[in-house]
Design a protein around this ligand. Sequence first.
Ligand code: AMP
Length: 279
Amino acid sequence: MKIIRSAKQLQKITTQLKTKSTIGLVPTMGYLHEGHLSLIDMAKKHADKIIVSIFVNPTQFGPNEDLSRYPRNIKKDLKLLKEKGVDFCFLPDSKEMYSKDHQTWVDLEQIPLGLCGAKRPGHFRGVATVVLKLFMLSQADVAVFGKKDFQQLALIKTMAQELNVPIKIIGAPLIREKDGLAMSSRNVYLTVEERQLAVKISQGLKAVKSACQSGELRLSNLKKVFLKTLGAHPLIRVDYFECRNKNTLQELKVCVPQKTLVACAVFVGKTRLIDNLTV
Ligand code: AMP
């Protein structure tokens, strides 16, 4: 596996690569887990050569978020990527991606308004900008993103389509721990007690799905089911719980079976975890 730290060098390599191979890109922030690795498996099904980027993108973190303490273990990440048979790891630093006076941003009007976008102002501007840069540098034919970050996936699909980026965006399934907790690099922040509480998030979503399957379609009642399963605990705080159209992310008046995405962000201690299920 070749490790590339320079943006120019990556572009030079991919220009040559493109003449005879298709390129698959998997953007990550590192501290890799099985969720990330499943995206690589998916990318391999669609492209000859695989590039995984590891970049903790500063522009997608708010001033009071966890940029400085975001977990990192590059040595372990590189080992996992080599074992997976990844061809290139793009590992830039912040200066390589942004000049001091960077002034070009990709801003979407609608998709960032609700859900995580409403709770994390500026987050999706940072995401869209860095992802477009990665698309330009990797010259990828295909890029794979996890459905765990469903709003991010919708944003990137829309951006690629509206800016005519010649790339196919693939959404890969959300991968969970055995007990149901959605895998996340941030799970490492959890104490033993918080880890036990965190499992209630996916249990809450499953309870909502069962209630919906039993005919309960009123959103206020579905929220009650979620909150009841989550339980009242001083370490748990719901940031949002919402039911949206799974294709358009538009708000719903009632839950529409087969078409509803139930999504939430929950603080467990200081750690903000997201999860979702289609119902
Ligand atoms: P991150 O490193 O958290 O920025 O995530 C990089 C990519 O991995 C994004 O496309 C995420 O949606 C995806 N991802 C993260 N966790 C999971 C998971 N548990 N299952 C599937 N994809 C995931």
